[in-house]
Design a binder for this molecule. Structure first.
Ligand code: NAP
Ligand code: G4F
Length: 337
């Protein structure tokens, strides 16, 4: 194919699956990695020996670095995935989140524009169902009004609109993917799905006694990350840039995720008590799940469900993995480790 792609956020969950997909398609893949005191490349370590996989040090907060990398590579496609992506942590580091997730997108757009690459370079921008926040309708579509509920959501709102504005103002090929939650065995350990599967494994291994969670009644539209990176690629193969919801149109609570994950590990959980006193117990009466208010967010997103009809019609994209299969895959991978 002889095409060149730059992936920001290449060390993350999505960056790793997308790298595999693009390398399989014959791309030369460049990835942006941050310097850290200990190596954080475990998701992409297996790609290290591939000569079409090239890493560059960089950071979304450093414009000159981004300009230099994009100038050197002149990519056909940029997949802009880098972000401080944890919603609860965005309340602790709001300014950093705005800088990385909001202005970071602007830095990429400006680099492409200033380098005269508008005609050449197509950009995928990683947006999120967190834009809907306090949802105005169920399911959410590309036309549902936004109402973000966290510094992360607000930073991504800027990212969404600046990409759209540069599309309208300068004719840039910028597509926004409004992706709903997507998970995998490579999900970061402090997102709720991975925290649950990892904790169950630790409980079985005797390393942990109780899984502590926050709002177990929150509902999410959870898909499988490898399915979702295909949609990113498809968006950049269209004749025109646009915005697309990528989701399953199914919603499940954190509570359901807990029940199914424990079941996959051979433990039937039942619930007792209410509110902060609610606990999940095993058939022997041992408390394995409890509620800890430290995981409650200052403002929460209660219910997400996305309608991916437009992506199906225009991209020919559909989710391949249902909720139960997703939980099974994640729990199985955890137990096999
Ligand atoms: P992730 O696993 O948290 O990965 C985030 C990536 O961004 C990592 O490679 C991280 O590098 C990098 N990064 C963070 N701050 C950076 C900075 N200042 N400069 C350069 N790189 C930086 O996230 P993900 O789940 O793969 O998600 C990918 C993108 O999709 C993110 O933008 C996220 O907000 C968005 N999104 C995700 C979901 C989802 O459910 N997964 C849904 C909707 C949208 P380190 O490895 O060094 O930390
Ligand atoms: O797994 P989460 O932290 O994901 P959240 O907040 O939905 O955000 C993820 O999906 C977004 C797409 O909608 C992405 F844009 C974003 O980057 C990220 O990938 O939390 C899911 C739900 C929340 O309602 C949270 O309050 O689980 C609830 N929850 C309950 N207990 C918990 C916990 N979340 C975490 N992280 N840890 C808990 O102990």
């Amino acid at each position: 194919m002889n095409r060149t792609a730059l992936i920001t956020g290449v060390t993350g969950q999505d960056g790793s699956y997308l790298s595999e997909l693009l390398l399989e398609k014959g791309y030369r893949v460049h990835g942006l990695v941050r310097r850290s005191s200990s190596f954080n490349r475990k998701r992409i370590d297996h790609l290290r020996s591939n000569e079409d996989f090239i890493l560059h040090y960089g950071d979304m907060t450093d414009s000159s670095n981004l300009i230099r990398i994009i100038k050197t590579i002149e990519p056909d496609e940029i997949y802009h995935l880098a972000a401080q992506s944890h919603v609860q942590i965005s309340f602790d580091v709001p300014e950093y989140t705005a800088n990385t997730d909001g202005l970071g997108t602007l830095r990429i757009l400006e680099a492409v524009r200033l380098l005269g690459l508008v005609e050449r370079t197509r950009i995928y921008n990683a947006c999120t169902s967190e834009l809907y926040g306090e949802v105005k309708e169920i399911p959410q579509t590309e036309n549902t009004p936004f109402h973000p509920r966290s510094p992360y959501g607000v930073a991504k709102l800027y990212s969404f609109w600046i990409a759209k504005n540069y599309r309208e103002a300068y004719g840039m090929f910028n597509s926004n993917g409004i992706l709903f939650n997507h998970e995998s065995p490579r999900r970061g350990e402090n997102f709720v799905t991975r925290k649950i599967t990892l904790s169950i494994k630790d409980i079985l291994d005797g390393k942990m006694k109780i899984l502590s969670l926050g709002n177990i009644n929150a509902k999410r539209d959870w898909g499988y990350a490898p399915d979702y990176v295909e949609a990113m690629w498809l968006m950049l193969q269209q004749d025109e840039a646009d915005d697309y919801v990528i989701s399953t149109n199914e919603t499940h609570s954190v509570r359901e995720f807990v029940e199914i994950a424990f079941r996959e590990a051979g433990i039937e959980i039942t619930w007792e008590g209410e509110g902060l006193k609610e606990v999940g117990i095993d058939p022997n009466g041992n408390v394995l799940v409890k509620i800890d208010p430290k995981y409650f967010r200052p403002s929460e997103v209660d219910h997400l469900r996305g309608d991916p009809s437009k992506a199906k019609k225009e991209l020919g994209w559909e989710p391949k993995t249902d909720f139960r299969t997703l939980v099974r895959k994640m729990m199985k991978a955890e137990l096999e480790q």
